[in-house]
Design a protein. Structure first.
Length: 336
């Protein structure tokens, strides 16, 4: 298994490099996913050790937790019109997306997770724990992410000449290492308390607690990219034994869903902007289901308050995570 894991991660790394050269969003995850997927569909045996996969999930939880600021969520009170619009948008995406993907014959459970409006990483983790088929969920969310982020970046290009990411730390300081030490403890506590997805929610709680205690820390770039590489490679390896026609079929519905998400977000943003002082572009960036980091960067270069945009995305992520048991129950009742 060790050799297979190493081979798979090398292929994933190659995909990450290529995706980075083409400036794809979440390059080290999507690049690894697509590269390993293509190789797996070609008949080559791939796979990632489950223990390594769980560690990557824990790092992802830590990464997401570090972005959750209580002050940002409190600010949502004064932005209640767009928050309400976001809640309505979530409902439209879940219901509309479900009916779109159910036509792709992926099953009620997988259709629900394919329709999750945002957070590809979380959707994959939650779906896997619910025994969903992560192959189709990965395809649908990859296409949604690329389409939505590319559309938002294209829109931003009309306002600015260049969009750049702020650099992240490369070395691992003592303060940065603190959450890495606490993450396994919170993982164990979450498992002891029988919290769902303990390897994800435990470290996420650790990251959020440390961040809200006023400790300024950030995971090094190589740690985050390594977690994305492992997760992307692991999902890509699930396509062994899958036929290309199935990928094309689900991918077609994934593109339809992505366009549906953009159109509905634009309509909702126009409605909110027409009855409130909030700008159309700001509400649009807060609604569209793209990556939190990507939307925050685009907001900053367009001189839009990034806290406004990020707080909406964080709230949506938390709501999706905690409403997952209800979604699974509805999906099971639909399938019965």
């Amino acid at each position: 298994m060790a050799k297979k894991t190493l081979k798979t991660l090398v292929l994933g790394c190659l995909g990450g490099v290529i995706a980075t050269l083409f400036s794809l969003p979440l390059a080290w995850m999507l690049g690894a996913l697509f590269m390993v997927m293509v190789v797996s569909l070609g008949g080559i045996k791939t796979g990632v050790d489950k223990r390594l996969h769980r560690v990557a999930i824990a790092l992802l939880g830590l990464f997401i937790g570090s972005r959750i600021q209580a002050s940002e969520l409190v600010s949502l009170v004064q932005w209640y019109p767009s928050v309400l619009a976001m809640l309505v948008y979530m409902g439209i995406m879940l219901v509309g997306g479900y009916f779109i993907f159910i036509r792709a014959n992926v099953g009620p459970m997988d259709a629900m997770f394919c329709a999750y409006p945002g957070s590809m990483n979380s959707a994959l983790v939650l779906a896997e724990r619910a025994n969903g088929d992560v192959r189709w969920i990965a395809i649908s969310h990859s296409l949604r992410l690329v389409t939505v982020v590319s559309g938002a970046a294209l829109m931003a290009s009309f306002f600015v000449d260049d969009v750049t990411l702020q650099s992240s730390p490369v070395s691992l300081s003592l303060m940065d290492g603190l959450p890495l030490l606490l993450a396994p403890l919170c993982w164990w506590l979450a498992r002891l308390l029988r919290i769902p997805i303990p390897e994800f929610l435990g470290p996420m709680a650790a990251g959020a607690i440390i961040a809200n205690l006023g400790m300024d820390y950030s995971l090094p770039t190589w740690v985050v990219f390594t977690a994305f590489l492992v997760l992307g490679s692991s999902v890509g390896a699930r396509f062994s034994g899958t036929h290309w026609s199935q990928v094309v079929s689900v991918g077609r519905f994934g593109m339809i869903y992505a366009l549906f998400a953009l159109i509905v977000a634009a309509l909702m943003a126009w409605l909110v902007a027409s009855i409130t002082p909030l700008s159309f572009v700001a509400v649009l960036l807060a609604l569209i289901p793209g990556g939190v980091g990507e939307m925050a960067v685009i907001a900053m270069v367009m001189d839009i308050d990034p806290v406004y945009v990020v707080s909406h995305h964080v709230l949506r992520l938390l709501l999706l995570i905690f409403m997952t048991p209800l979604v699974i129950r509805i999906a099971k009742q639909t399938a019965a």
